[in-house]
Design a protein around this ligand. Structure first.
Ligand code: HEM
Length: 410
């Protein structure tokens, strides 16, 4: 399914670059968002949102989901729409209608797919099975003690619903929460990451060439066939580029956690208070909301070296920087303790991050469950784009801007 969607993207771009780069400036950010939505739509919900042919996506959901993100509307339909009905403003009613559309559409797709599965529709089973397999792969590869069963993974998503309470019937939870969580979590994160990689490749043509060589070589060894999941994820340079981009430009810059117990957090470096006293730890009472800065941790020179602000997928001695492990004893390592719902704290024993010590997908029991999915998605799409196209900078000032220009790779 991933390769099919990559093929559709390739066809769409080919059509638009066939007259040469001066003819076609393509909004790759837009195409990455369409691709990410199509991938999560097909594999998560068995639903296709986009034929990947038209200049702009035609499905109302694709447009509504983007507009709602901009409008910052996150909570349930009931509170929002009651409030919104009372306000006599056209703009508010437009947002209300989008919320209603999203809800009704999610329920419709959910019911259609449920019926198809109950009736034993093999195509739907296969399609949803593929998506689930990728989501579960991370878990399958996990150590025995960290492994969750399928119900626990699904429950993890339900538990993140604001309408969840221990007494609630899971089936009565707002269905849109599930679709929204997945679509929101899966779409802009991965599409922004892929766009960032493409932007970086325009300013680092040497990296682009090296990646292209690695991908073409691997494909030659496969006699031109598509690379399998295992082959693709083990291409070292492609991996290094993805990981280093995820470190320096994490699509989710920070997350919020509420302390579920009183904690004393040791600081890695003492700081001085306004009274001149040295502070070596911070008291965090139960219930405190804590803003965890993923981006600052990922760019911390103590962990990543003095050139932490530079994008450097290969440091020469190591295959890539990200493997230069942050010391496990590092006292300031921020973790989400496994098995403790909504608990965060600093711990000297554990560095429990999903992506080799970078905080990009956070860590612990509330870490990103789409890590493997996004890793595969990024690699399938980026490897195709780098092999077949050459993203170049629009305009003459050498500063990359969106839309980027693409031309066929020679
Ligand atoms: C580069 C891509 C991605 C990044 C950087 C990313 C990062 C994150 C982060 C930091 C969180 C924690 C958010 C928080 O606790 O506030 C999270 C949660 C989540 N992610 Fe991702 N994500 C990515 C792609 C995906 C994909 C492709 C999917 C689905 C296929 C996905 C599904 C989820 C879900 C369902 C959660 C909520 C888990 C929970 O609350 O227990 N993510 N992600």
């Amino acid at each position: 399914m991933f390769n099919d969607i990559a093929q559709k993207l390739e066809n769409a771009l080919n059509k638009r670059v066939q007259n040469g780069p001066t003819e076609a400036s393509i909004d790759l950010l837009g195409w990455m968002a369409r691709t990410a939505l199509e991938l999560i739509g097909q594999s998560g919900f068995g639903y296709s949102f986009d034929n990947m042919e038209d200049d702009v996506p035609k499905h109302k959901y694709s447009l509504v989901i983007k507009d709602l993100v901009q409008a910052g509307v996150g909570s349930t339909i009931f509170t929002r729409t009651l409030l919104m009905n009372a306000v006599p403003w056209k703009a508010v009613h437009e947002v209300r209608d989008m919320v209603m559309y999203r809800h009704e559409f999610s329920v419709k797709v959910y019911e259609e797919k449920k019926r198809a599965l109950e009736e034993g529709d093999e195509a739907v089973m296969r399609q949803l099975g593929q998506g689930k397999d990728i989501l579960m792969k991370d878990n399958i590869d996990a150590d025995a003690e960290d492994k969750l069963n399928e119900d626990e993974i699904i429950a993890q998503v339900f538990l993140s619903s604001p309408s969840y309470s221990p007494k609630s019937d899971l089936f009565l939870l707002d269905v849109t929460w599930i679709s929204r969580t997945f679509i929101f979590a899966a779409m802009d994160t991965t599409s922004n990451a892929m766009s960032r990689i493409l932007q970086l490749l325009t300013v680092h043509p040497d990296v682009q060439d090296k990646m292209r060589q690695e991908i073409s070589q691997a494909r030659r060894e496969r006699q031109g066939e598509n690379l399998s999941y295992d082959e693709l994820v083990t291409l070292p340079y492609l991996d290094a580029v993805c990981r280093e981009t995820m470190r320096l430009y994490p699509p989710v810059a920070h997350v919020l956690r509420r302390a579920t117990e009183d904690s004393v957090v040791p600081l890695s470096k003492p700081v001085r208070g306004i009274d001149g006293q040295e502070i070596t730890e911070v008291i965090v009472p139960k219930g405190t909301m804590v803003d965890i800065s993923i981006i600052n941790s990922n760019r911390n020179t103590d962990f990543w070296g003095s050139d932490a602000m530079e994008w450097n997928p290969s440091d020469g001695s190591l295959p890539f920087r990200i493997l230069s492990l942050m010391p496990r004893s590092q006292e300031s390592t921020l973790i989400c303790k496994p098995d403790t719902f909504q608990t965060w704290y600093f711990d000297s024993e554990l560095t429990d991050c999903v992506l080799s010590n970078s905080m990009t997908f956070i860590g612990g029991s509330r870490s990103c469950i789409g890590f493997k999915f996004s890793q595969l998605e990024m690699k399938v799409i980026i490897s195709m784009l780098v092999e077949k196209f050459n993203p170049v900078v629009v305009g003459g000032d050498g500063h990359p801007k969106l839309p980027l220009l693409v031309e066929s790779a020679k």
